[in-house]
Ligand binder design. Structure first.
Ligand SMILES: Nc1nc2c(ncn2[C@@H]2O[C@H](COP(=O)(O)OP(=O)(O)OP(=O)(O)O)[C@@H](O)[C@H]2O)c(=O)[nH]1
Length: 292
């Protein structure tokens, strides 16, 4: 598992090594500031972290405890539920929603669970086609309709169908953009309402997909989605393609939300459950010598 984070953090490690080529036991604060900036930790958060570190030369353990605190928010607990468990996937176009739905599907299938997809991004025909291709490739059923049809109706039918078949999971795609932000907000809220109508308590998780290559600039947009529908947690995609791994700390800290998974590639198996201990180890290994 550590290997997966290493893969995801490879570019971030290279960026940090460009300013700190040699591993050390202690790193002076001013150098640490440069290293964390290279990794795209947001400046305000770096200031908070450094202010709370009293020694001028910082050890791995000291930094680790501060980074850990930024990931402390809101541990998500899976609610008691009747089958199926419903995930609602939200986020802007291009963030990696469709690919992440394929990865989540694979993740559940690996556990022997059956998954049904709902193509509720009815705004774009391409979104329906792309999700349908993944469903075919993974061999799972999909409920969809034509472009322009009511996305809540698709969500409702998907849940009904999964209930009738006794499936464990439903994963519902949503639009990332509509004609206006208000339309998008209203549409997402309606989908949430209708899911609950189809199956009390659903959607059990509203997951925001964030494009990791956007780093800290994704924060404002993520806050906007969180205001529309209370998000339960985040999946950060394309971690393998970015040197901005440090932005994970600022995103989690700014949103006070748990990170469920990170995406580290384009294949269905490239999804890693987020483990903050392993992630922080992978983040600190390139710059600090191991503590005795
Ligand atoms: N390297 C890498 N690429 C990824 C990852 N996740 C998604 N991608 C790629 O990012 C691009 C966008 O992903 P999609 O899943 O199509 O994104 P979307 O949010 O559904 O976007 P739309 O289809 O435009 O709504 C695709 O080329 C994916 O292969 C990842 O974890 N790593």
């Amino acid at each position: 598992m550590l290997g997966f984070f290493k893969k995801g953090l490879q570019k971030t490690a290279e960026a940090m090594k460009s300013v700190a080529p040699k591993k050390r036991k202690r790193i002076p604060k001013d150098e640490l500031e440069d290293i964390l900036l290279e990794a795209d930790v947001e400046y305000d958060l770096i200031e908070i972290i450094l202010r709370e570190l009293y020694a001028d030369d910082v050890t791995r353990d000291q930094l680790e405890s501060k980074l850990m605190a930024t990931l402390a928010w809101a541990n998500y607990e899976k609610p008691e539920h009747e089958k199926p468990f419903v995930d609602l996937i939200i986020g802007v176009n291009g963030a990696g929603k469709t690919t992440t739905i394929a990865k989540l599907t694979q993740h559940y299938m690996n556990a022997g669970e059956r998954v049904l997809l709902g193509a509720s991004d009815t705004f774009r025909a391409a979104a329906i086609e792309q999700l349908t291709r993944w469903a075919d490739r993974l061999g799972v059923p999909i409920v969809s309709s034509r472009q322009g049809h009511d996305p809540s109706a698709v969500a409702y039918d998907a849940i009904e169908s999964a209930k009738a078949r006794g499936f464990e999971h439903v994963i519902i795609d949503t639009a990332g953009r509509l004609h206006t932000q208000t339309n998008l907000s209203e549409e997402l809220k309606k989908i949430v309402r209708i899911c609950d109508k189809a199956h009390a308590g659903a959607p059990h998780r509203k997951i925001l997909i964030i494009d990791g290559t956007q780093g800290n600039s994704a924060i404002a947009q993520a806050k906007a989605f969180n205001e529309m529908v209370d998000v339960d947690g985040i999946i950060i995609t394309k971690l393998d393609g970015t040197a901005k791994g440090g932005s994970i700390f600022s995103i989690a800290y700014a949103l006070r939300l748990p990170i469920f998974f990170v995406g580290v590639g384009e294949q269905p198996d490239d999804l890693v459950p987020f483990n903050k201990f392993e992630f922080i180890d992978g983040f600190l290994d390139p710059i600090f010598e191991a503590e005795a």
